[in-house]
Design a protein around this ligand. Structure first.
Ligand code: GLN
Ligand code: ZN
Length: 772
C-alpha cells in the first residue's frame, strides 16, 4: 500500500461532468462532426476537469482524495468496460498494437458504426441517466485496455489536486452487463467474476503507482432486488473484495453503495476487507443496530451519505446532523458525503438568477451540496462550528413550508375529496363499442406516436420567440403552418388517426411545466441523460394547478384541418414527475394526483373542443419502479391510480391511448393493464416483436400498438420487414385489438427517412389487412 492517508472528512461521491455550460457536450459533438481534432477535444475535457477541481477545492473539498475523479467522456459503465477489456468481438479489432483502446474506439462502442449497432443503452438504477450495457460472454478476455483513469489522476495531481479515482465495482459491472450474442443459453456475466478481478487489481496497482491514496469502487447493484438472491450477491461481494483487498501495493478502497439500503448485506459490506464504506443514508435507512454495524466495521471509516445527490432540495442539516450523532454515539469513525454522485443534478443553483429568490434559497445543486457536506463534516469535528449554518438551513426549510403556492387549499380540498369513482371508467366492452361507433376505424388502424421531426426552422422559431424577436402571433402562425404540413403529409400517406406533430413543444415535460402553476424552469440546469444528451428538468415545488387550457387550441386547430380523428396529446402524471425535480415535502402520490387533476381538466376541455382520441404518454412508468421489491406495490398503486385519475373523466366514447417507450414488460405488465387505457402503444421493433408473447400470455384484452419500426436510428424499414413484424403480431394478438405505429415519437428524425418509413408502414398494413 502507498502512504496511508485518512479518508477525507468531507467528500462527494461524484460531480457533474458535462461542464457548467455543457462545454464537454459541445466539444464531443464537434469532434464527432469532424469540426475539431482529438487534441482539441482532449484540451476541452481537461478544461472541464480543471474547472471542477477548482470549484470543489474552493468549496472546501481540500483534503487529498476529497475530489472524486468521476470525469467521463460518455458514460461510467462504458469507462469500466473500456478499461477492463470488455470489448465485444462483434466490433472487430478496436485495440491498437499495445492493446489499448483509442478515443475513437471508445466512441464506436457508444455510437456504433456502419456495420455494428452501439452497445445497448438502459436506465441507471432508478434515475433518468442511461448507461451502456457491456456485452460479456465466455469469450470475453479481460485485460487492462485503457489507462485513462490513471492519466486523469496524474493530470489532476500535476495541477495540485489528488483526486479519488472512480470505477464501477466488479460486482455491479457484471450485474449491469448482458450476455453477448454468441453466449450459450443461461450464461451469466457474473460467472466471469474471478477472471475479472486480476484486471481490477492491476488497475488499482497502476493507480497506486501514480500516487493515488484512495480509489472509489461503486457497487450500487447491492441495493437492488434483482435476478440474484441475497446469498448469491453476498458470495460475489466476498469473492470480489477478498481478492481486491488482498492486492499488494494498492490504494485504499472506498466501497460505495448509493441509491438505497443494503438490507441484509449491510454487515457483509461493512466487514469487507477495504478501508472505507459509503452508505446512502438519505434514501436508505439509518442502520437499525448501529452497535452491530460498528463492530462489523472494525475501525474502518463509514462515509455517511446524508446529503441527497439525486434531487435538488437544500439539505435539512439538522436532520443530517442527528443521523451523524447516532452513528458517532455507536463509536463509528465517520466521514460525510452525498448519498449518490451529484451528476444527477445541475452545477450551481446560484446561477439561476431569474428564479424567485425565495425559491432559489430552497435549492442545492452540486456545488451547494459540496458546501453542505463540508458544513456537516465541520459539525462532526466541532458541533458549535456548524450551529449557525444548521440554524439557517432549518429556517429556510421552515420558510418553504409557509411560502405562497406551496400549499393551495383549493387543490388540497380537491385531492382530499377524491373517491373510488374518480379513478374508474365504464367497462371496456361498452367503451370499445361506443368508440367504434364514433370513430369507424378500419382493422389495424394506423397512427404515429405524436411528434414529427423538430426541424431547424421549428427550433429557431422557438428561440426567436423566446428572445422576443417573434411576436406570439407570428410564432403561432409558424407553428400552424407546420401543423398543416404534418396533417397534409399524414392524409397523403393514408393514416387513419392523425397527430398534430407537437412542433410547439420544446420537451414533453417542460412544455407542461411551463404551462402549469407549481413549477419553475431553469436556464442552466442541465443534467446528463446519456452521452452528450442533456435534459433540463423542471422544478415541481408547489401545489399544481392549471390556470388555463394548455393544448386545446393546437389540437382544435389541427382537428379543423381534417375529417380524420386527431389525437390530443398529453404527458402523463408519472412521467411529469419522473422527468422533473419533484418536491420532497409530501408523498409522491399526492403530487401525482395534483398533476393528474390538471390533466383531467385538460382532457375535458379537449373533449369539448371536439377531440375524440386523447393520448396520455407514460414512457417513464417503468423508470420510477423502486429498486426494492417491498416498495414496488405501493409505487405501482399510486402511479397507476394517478394515470386513472387523469383519464377516467373521459366520456365513454372518447378513446384514451397511452404510450410506453420500452419493451421490458415482465414486472410492469399488470400495471400497464391496470392503467385501463383503450389503446397502448409500446416499443417492440428492436426486440423483433417479442412483446406480443408477453401480451398473449397475459391475455391483454384492449387495443395495443407494438411499434413496427425503431425510430432511434435514421434507418428506413422496408415494407417487407414491417409486413413480417405485423404478421408476427397478428399471430399472437387478435387483429381487432392491433394498431400499427412506430416505436416512439419522430422528433429526432429527419423528414426524408420519416416519410419513407411511414409510407412503408401504411403499405405493409394494407397488405396484411388484405390477408385477414
Ligand atoms: N408523444 C411523444 C412524442 O411523440 C412521446 C415521446 C416519448 O414517448 N418519449 O414525442
Ligand atoms: Zn416513446
Amino acid at each position: 500500500m502507498t502512504e496511508t492517508i485518512n479518508f477525507p472528512a468531507a467528500s462527494i461521491l461524484g460531480y457533474p461532468r458535462i461542464g457548467r455550460r455543457r462545454e464537454l457536450k459541445k466539444a464531443v459533438e464537434a469532434y464527432w462532426a469532424g469540426k475539431i481534432d482529438a487534441a482539441t477535444l482532449d484540451a476541452a475535457a481537461k478544461q472541464v476537469q480543471l474547472a471542477g477541481f477548482e470549484r470543489l477545492t474552493g468549496l472546501g473539498l481540500t483534503e487529498p482524495a476529497a475530489v472524486p475523479g468521476t470525469f467521463s467522456y460518455y458514460d461510467q459503465v462504458l469507462d469500466a468496460a473500456t478499461h477492463l477489456g470488455a470489448i465485444p468481438a462483434r466490433f472487430g479489432q478496436l485495440l491498437d498494437a499495445e492493446g489499448q483502446l483509442s478515443i475513437d474506439g471508445y466512441f464506436t462502442l457508444a455510437r456504433g458504426n456502419a456495420e455494428q449497432q452501439p452497445l445497448e443503452m438502459t436506465k441507471w438504477f432508478d434515475s433518468n441517466y442511461h448507461y451502456l450495457v457491456p456485452e460479456i460472454g465466455p469469450e470475453t478476455n479481460f485485460s487492462v485496455t485503457s489507462q485513462r483513469i490513471v492519466e486523469e489522476f496524474k493530470f489532476a495531481l500535476a495541477n495540485g489536486v489528488q483526486t479519488r479515482p472512480y470505477l464501477v465495482g466488479p460486482v455491479t459491472f457484471l450485474l449491469l452487463s448482458k450476455a453477448s450474442d454468441g453466449a450459450p443459453e443461461g450464461f451469466s456475466p457474473l460467472s466471469k467474476l474471478a477472471e475479472l478481478l486480476p484486471v481490477y487489481a492491476e488497475l488499482l496497482q497502476n493507480l497506486a503507482a501514480a500516487g493515488a491514496g484512495w480509489v472509489q469502487l461503486d457497487e450500487p447493484a447491492l441495493v437492488v432486488d434483482g435476478e440474484f438472491s441475497t446469498d448469491e450477491l453476498r458470495t460475489a461481494l466476498e469473492t470480489a473484495y477478498t481478492t481486491l483487498g488482498a492486492t499488494p501495493e494498492r490504494p485504499q478502497i472506498l466501497l460505495s453503495t448509493p441509491y438505497g439500503s443494503l438490507g441484509e448485506l449491510l454487515n457483509n459490506v461493512a466487514a469487507a476487507p477495504v478501508e472505507a464504506i459509503q452508505l446512502d443514508l438519505f434514501k436508505g435507512e439509518l442502520p437499525a443496530e448501529p452497535a452491530a454495524l460498528a463492530s462489523a466495521l472494525q475501525g474502518k471509516t463509514l462515509v455517511a451519505g446524508v446529503v441527497d445527490g439525486h434531487n435538488i432540495w437544500r439539505n435539512d442539516l439538522a436532520a443530517a446532523a442527528a443521523k451523524l450523532d447516532v452513528l458517532k454515539a455507536a463509536g463509528i469513525q465517520l466521514a460525510v458525503s452525498t448519498s449518490t454522485s451529484t451528476f444527477h443534478v445541475p452545477h450551481d443553483a446560484s446561477e439561476e438568477v431569474q428564479l424567485d429568490a425565495q425559491l432559489r434559497s430552497w435549492l442545492a445543486f452540486a456545488d451547494q451540496k459540496a458546501a453542505e457536506v463540508v458544513t456537516l463534516a465541520s459539525y462532526l469535528a466541532d458541533p458549535a462550528s456548524a450551529e449557525s449554518a444548521i440554524a439557517e438551513a432549518t429556517g429556510v426549510i421552515a420558510s418553504r413550508a409557509q411560502a405562497a403556492g406551496v400549499r393551495r387549499e383549493e387543490v388540497r380540498s380537491r385531492t382530499a375529496a377524491l373517491g373510488a369513482a374518480d379513478f374508474q371508467r365504464e367497462a371496456y366492452a361498452a367503451r370499445a363499442e361506443a368508440q367504434q361507433q364514433e370513430l369507424q376505424l378500419p382493422v389495424l388502424p394506423t397512427t404515429t406516436i405524436g411528434s414529427f421531426p423538430q426541424t431547424g426552422e421549428i427550433r429557431s422559431a422557438r428561440a426567436r420567440a423566446n428572445k422576443g424577436e417573434l411576436s406570439s402571433d407570428q410564432y403561432r402562425e409558424l407553428m400552424q403552418d407546420e401543423i398543416r404540413r404534418v396533417v397534409d403529409l399524414q392524409e397523403g400517406l393514408g393514416f387513419d388517426v392523425l397527430v398534430h406533430g407537437e412542433p410547439e413543444r420544446n420537451d414533453m415535460v417542460q412544455y407542461f411545466a411551463e404551462n402549469l402553476e407549481g413549477f419553475d424552469v431553469t436556464v442552466h440546469g442541465w443534467v446528463q441523460s446519456y452521452g452528450s444528451r442533456c435534459t433540463r428538468p423542471s422544478i415541481l415545488w408547489g401545489d399544481v394547478t392549471r390556470d388555463a387550457p394548455i393544448t386545446v387550441e393546437w389540437a382544435a386547430f389541427a382537428q379543423s384541418l381534417t375529417e380524420k380523428p386527431m389525437k390530443g396529446m398529453l404527458t402523463g402524471p408519472v412521467t411529469i414527475l419522473a422527468w422533473s425535480f419533484v418536491r420532497d415535502d409530501q408523498p409522491l402520490r399526492e403530487t401525482a394526483n395534483q398533476v393528474a387533476l390538471a390533466l383531467r381538466d385538460e382532457i375535458s376541455d379537449l373533449e369539448r373542443a371536439g377531440i375524440k382520441i386523447i393520448q396520455v404518454d407514460e414512457p417513464a412508468l417503468r423508470e420510477l419502479l423502486p429498486l426494492r421489491k417491498a416498495a414496488q406495490a405501493d409505487y405501482l398503486d399510486w402511479s397507476v391510480q394517478a394515470f386513472r385519475l387523469a383519464t377516467s373523466g373521459a366520456a365513454t366514447g372518447t378513446q384514451v391511448h397511452t404510450h410506453l417507450c420500452y419493451s421490458e414488460f415482465g414486472v410492469v405488465i399488470d400495471a400497464i393493464d391496470a392503467l385501463d387505457a383503450d389503446v397502448t402503444s409500446i416499443e417492440a421493433a428492436r426486440s423483433k416483436m417479442e412483446v406480443v408473447n408477453d401480451l398473449e400470455n397475459h391475455g391483454f384484452g384492449r387495443g395495443v400498438g407494438p411499434g413496427v419500426y425503431d425510430i432511434h436510428s435514421p434507418r428506413v424499414p422496408g415494407e417487407a420487414e414491417v409486413t413480417e413484424l405485423l404478421r408476427t403480431a397478428v399471430e399472437h394478438v387478435p387483429a381487432r385489438q392491433l394498431w400499427v405505429n412506430p416505436d416512439c415519437g419522430l422528433k429526432t428524425r429527419g423528414y426524408a427517412e420519416t416519410e419513407e418509413s411511414l409510407r412503408n408502414l401504411v403499405a405493409a398494413t394494407r397488405e396484411v389487412r388484405a390477408q385477414l
